[in-house]
Design a protein around this ligand. Sequence first.
Ligand SMILES: Nc1nc2c(ncn2[C@@H]2O[C@H](COP(=O)(O)OP(=O)(O)OP(=O)(O)O)[C@@H](O)[C@H]2O)c(=O)[nH]1
Ligand SMILES: [Mg+2]
Length: 432
Amino acid sequence: MADSTLSVDQPTVEVQSPPSAQSLAQISSIVRKKLQGYVGFANLPNQVHRKSVKKGFQFTCMVVGESGLGKSTLINTLFNTQLYPGKYNDEAPVESPKTVEIKSITADLDENGVKLRLNVVDTPGFGDFVNNEASWKPILDNIEARCDMYLEQENRVNRLKIVDNRIHACIYFIAPTGHALKQVDIEFMRRLHTRVNLIPVIAKSDTMTEEEVFAFKERILSDINFHNIQIYQAPQYEYDDAETIAENREIVSKIPFAIVGSDKEVETEGGRKVRGRAYPWGVVEVDNEDQCDFVKLRQMLIRTHMEELKEHTNNVLYENYRTEKLTAMGIQQDPTVFKEVNPMQKMEEERLQHEHKLQKMEGEMRMVFQAKVQEKETKLKQSEEELYARHREMKEALEKQRLDLEERKKRMESGRPMTPEKAKKKGFSFNK
Ligand SMILES: Nc1nc2c(ncn2[C@@H]2O[C@H](COP(=O)(O)OP(=O)(O)OP(=O)(O)O)[C@@H](O)[C@H]2O)c(=O)[nH]1
Ligand SMILES: [Mg+2]
């Protein structure tokens, strides 16, 4: 039982009492309370876990790129199943056939009792279009049609059985040229980056050396930056444990992933059977992290960021599409009432608030600094004046002494005796 794993009696846990439904203003007066004993809501995550396992998960992923870059092969490699079986016969497997239309395949996968309904949308390579300039169009249409389908279901009276066919991730294949991005790549990504989570990959990276891959990655990223293309940014959470943070950082650092796809097993020199590609000079292993980034791509898609990809699709990409669509249809909403609904607007507001706070802090710090500087200046001025006064006094005393001495010199030279008082004072006498 899940309950048996719970730690009982944790009186130090702090909770917030539920907000009163009467007024939103009252939320500000939430009282912090300490539990006197075990209540049981520490089990909530377990309830969510149980429910999600029962319900299963669903994920839709699309592969796009020029013809023959290995899109269909990668899908087979990623999910370790022959989603695209090719024309196999008993003796020798042949290569997977050319994809000729946008095609969606659904597979129900099960791993340790957790169910995943995986939808894969394979697209024909760009080279198949007569005019490659608009090769992005049918794909964008397909992505938007899926959003439309979702929107239509949301607008129904009964929204209990919504089927989500939206694309959660779009793996974009870049040809391993080693040069810059091609016009067709830039055009595609520019057209689609606001509609879908773009994950760029370098296809067939086994055809490049390690240094070439490294330089090509840098070039791709700088091209992407230059054209203001938003590829998927995997979020980093500070409250994750150090190991997860390091793992995420490692994954993000590999984007664009240099991949190798193969759904066939080959034998290495040492006699190991691995998924890979055999060459006269040796074997490239798909699952070897030293040889390509396939494992990192799979980790991000499936193990670490699947829920994030879905959330970003729903909360940002779809939400923006929906707003545009409804606005174009002439539907408007009172922004004061539905302010919370638009995540972009909310993020912008939070950003402005944060900036305002920073400005305020900066102003306060500047004032404190100025006050301190002024105080120091006043002190310095004061001591300068004191010094000056002392200097003047000393100068006057010296002047007086000089005049006195001169007077005495004159008297001595003229043979006039010095006043007895003065002579006595100086102890200067011939009678001695
Ligand atoms: N060298 C190398 N060849 C690959 C790799 N992945 C796939 N191939 C080969 O490339 C050829 C095309 O692979 P597909 O998976 O059919 O390519 P595709 O992108 O689906 O092609 P279309 O469906 O025509 O758009 C096949 O012969 C694959 O065996 C790879 O990582 N490296
Ligand atoms: Mg294909």
